[in-house]
Design a protein. Structure first.
Length: 295
């Protein structure tokens, strides 16, 4: 009953099997704090699949995915009290936070194995209209990989900040990205492609949740059978009949279940079932909203 959909589980990454030469780059993430490491994995996941939908060649997809994994490596040297601050950063703190782009770039440039992927660190906060950082570049000077990673990074950062447990309400996040595209910050073509990735993932989440709902439904049926046997046992007048129904109950009971705790367990399963059913309904609504969004 503690089912939790891991939206960005690596098994969901429709990517390429990265060869051993790429393990070195990815192992750099082990030095990051858990939150930043997870964010980097999420951004790489999204970046990879955006590239695939954009029909980029395999080499570029692999390259861009590694760039995305490493994009926040500079946060290794951002003070924890700033990096992990729960509230809004002060202007001074924000200026320090922004240095993770140039710090990350320097880290990559000093390491021959990381150098090919330095673009991800330097360009992922640049905006097409020149309002980004660290250099305030405009569209013609921002590499394509930087434009892709920016959209994936912004999306996951907003989702993580709002602590969504699933894609319920995800359309609100996409609306923020649309506004940034209208303001000239994000590449609209890349953003439209992100919509496809998000819809794929919401549909997959629905599928996984439906599987869990079916399991819960089966468990509820099992409890119903237990309760029927219990009722018959209580009404039986012959000891032989009572023992017959009791044996039937024992067969249906699972580990740590007893006749005494069956009702409370049943209520837990029922609550979980109703919650997940409602979640599926909301996810379908989200897909409808996302499909109507215009960039």
């Amino acid at each position: 009953m503690n089912f939790e959909f891991d939206f960005y589980d690596k098994t969901n990454l429709k990517a390429y099997n990265l060869d051993e030469s790429m393990r070195y780059q990815l192992n750099m993430l082990d030095s990051l704090d858990a939150f930043t490491r997870k964010h980097c994995e999420n951004v790489a996941n999204l970046t990879c699949r955006i590239c695939e939908y954009l029909h980029c060649n395999k080499g570029f997809v692999e390259y861009c995915t590694i760039c995305a994994y490493l994009h926040d490596i500079g946060k290794l040297f951002i003070p924890p009290e700033i990096l992990q601050k729960p509230g809004k950063l002060t202007d001074e703190e924000y200026e320090i936070m922004k240095t993770h782009t140039t710090i990350g770039h320097n880290i990559c440039m000093k390491d021959l194995k990381l150098r090919p992927y330095a673009a991800g660190t330097l360009y992922h906060h640049e905006a097409l209209n020149g309002t980004g950082y660290p250099q305030g570049l405009t569209k013609k000077d921002i590499p394509y990989e930087g434009q892709i990673i920016r959209v994936a990074d912004e999306y996951d950062a907003i989702v993580s900040k709002r602590q969504y447990k699933s894609h319920i309400g995800i359309s609100d996040t996409l609306k923020i990205l649309i506004e940034n595209a209208h303001n000239g910050k994000n590449n609209p073509i890349i953003l439209k492609t992100l919509f496809k990735v998000v819809i794929d993932d919401v549909e997959y989440e629905i599928y996984c949740t439906q599987q869990y709902v079916q399991d819960l439904k089966d468990e509820l049926k099992r409890f119903d059978e237990i309760f029927k046997y219990k009722e018959k046992m209580e009404k039986a007048t012959k000891e032989k009949d009572k023992n017959y129904y009791l044996e039937g109950i024992k067969i249906l009971l699972k580990n740590n279940e007893t006749l005494e705790n069956c009702m409370s367990l049943y209520e837990e399963y029922k609550k979980a079932y109703e919650t997940r059913k409602s979640m599926i309904d909301n996810l379908y609504k989200e897909i409808k909203i996302i499909k109507k969004l215009k960039v």
